[in-house]
Ligand binder design. Structure first.
Ligand SMILES: Nc1ncnc2c1ncn2[C@@H]1O[C@H](COP(=O)(O)OP(=O)(O)O)[C@@H](O)[C@H]1O
Ligand SMILES: [Mg+2]
Length: 362
């Protein structure tokens, strides 16, 4: 177990520790400039000059290797260049970046509390964090606790910072534009015939099977399909969204059956449309093999962290290079095109994880 004193790294011990890390030559040969360029591309969604729209990114790494640490920072960084702006004023492109609306999938144990502006400023003084809003289903009453040592504190959020939704449409209405929206999926989710028909319309031949179907209780994570479909249908083109879906293997698991398998197919066919419609998806999971291959086949940016296992079919990064990654280093790749290295620190003074109490567990 790590004690509080070990956690506190004085500048001196940090130096010693850095010297202790032996970084392989092959890792040093990887370009940090490409790493920076790709990080920029992942976080800046340009509908102006480059007109690249949204991205489909994935963070991979063993437990504790920095997926969440990077994800929270990407949530703050996510920004976009509005449609027409850059075409008129290329020189000042950098001044036209607008903070992007983030939708963050809330988990039982999560790090979103460090995104609360008061905490974020303690970690990164002088920055201007995005405002935050928490969303839950109107039937759910989740409470949030922070475990600090032996004590457990209830995280108090003001009523204004919490919104309840009874449908994906209402959640959309309640989104805090330009802010971070932490969304807890409904704890009891019923997949309706209407939703299935909408999602699987391209397989109309099978529709008759669904029409006999009653609403079925489905794993809560499947609610995200309904939300993503609704968002892409009702959002305005000039609105930009980044969805952060951690533990993505709940939503796109390897070996899904029946309707779930078809829904993964629907999403993979929709990704290009989502990106063109300025929606970005950033997924995280511990191992690529936990996911349906149709999902990772569509990824256009990978972040390989220690312990991850790139697949030759989708990546040009070699497993041996990943083996040389010390903690705090990562390889960011534009799928099968180019890759670079990045370095990152832990989030200074990060508050302990927040625990959601009142989850149903399916
Ligand atoms: N570069 C780093 N150096 C030291 N500690 C780090 C670094 N990055 C992350 N950590 C710490 O490691 C722990 C696990 O990181 P986290 O981002 O939660 O991993 P994951 O989401 O991959 O499980 C956290 O306590 C975090 O503060
Ligand atoms: Mg994590």
């Amino acid at each position: 177990m790590t004690t509080a004193t070990q956690e506190n790294t004085s500048p001196r011990s940090e130096q010693v520790r850095r010297r202790d890390i032996r970084v392989s030559k092959s890792l040093l040969a990887v370009s940090p400039d490409i790493g920076k360029a790709l990080t920029y591309e992942m976080t800046t969604h340009d509908d102006g000059v480059a007109a690249t729209g949204g991205v489909f990114g994935m963070f991979l790494g063993a437990m504790g290797k920095g997926k969440s640490t990077l994800m929270v920072q990407y949530a703050q960084l996510a920004n976009h260049v509005p449609g027409l702006a850059g075409k008129w004023d290329v020189v000042n492109l950098r001044n036209q970046h607008v903070p992007e609306t983030v939708i963050w999938r809330g988990l039982e144990y999560d790090h979103w509390n460090c995104l609360i502006p008061e905490y974020w400023i303690q970690s990164f003084p002088g920055t201007h964090p995005k405002p935050i809003r928490l969303h839950m289903h109107y039937r759910d009453r989740l409470d949030f606790y922070i475990q600090a040592g032996k004590k457990k504190y209830r995280l108090m959020l003001s009523g204004e910072d919490i919104r309840f939704y009874n449908s994906p449409e209402q959640l959309y209405e309640n989104l805090l534009q330009g802010g971070i929206n932490v969304v807890y999926e409904p704890q009891e989710y019923y997949l309706s015939e209407k939703t299935l028909t909408r999602l699987l319309a391209s397989q109309l031949a099978k529709k008759s099977d669904y029409s006999k179907m009653e609403d079925v209780r489905a794993p809560s994570a499947m609610w995200w399909y309904e939300f993503i479909e609704t968002l892409s249908r009702i959002k305005a083109r000039h609105e930009f969204y980044t969805l952060h879906l951690d533990e993505a293997d709940d939503i796109f698991p390897f070996g899904a059956q029946g309707n779930h398998w078809h829904m993964i197919g629907w999403l993979t066919r929709s990704i290009i449309h989502l990106r063109k419609n300025n929606v970005s998806l950033l997924l995280a999971t511990q191992d690529i093999n936990l996911l349906d291959h149709r999902i990772y086949d569509r990824v256009n940016y990978f972040m390989w962290l220690p312990g991850s296992r790139p697949k030759t079919r989708v990546s040009m990064v070699h497993q041996n290079l990943i083996r040389t990654l010390p903690r705090g280093w990562g390889i960011v790749e534009e799928a099968n095109s180019r890759f670079g290295r990045i370095r990152f620190q832990r989030i200074p003074r990060q508050p302990p994880v927040v625990q959601a109490v009142g989850l149903s567990g399916i």
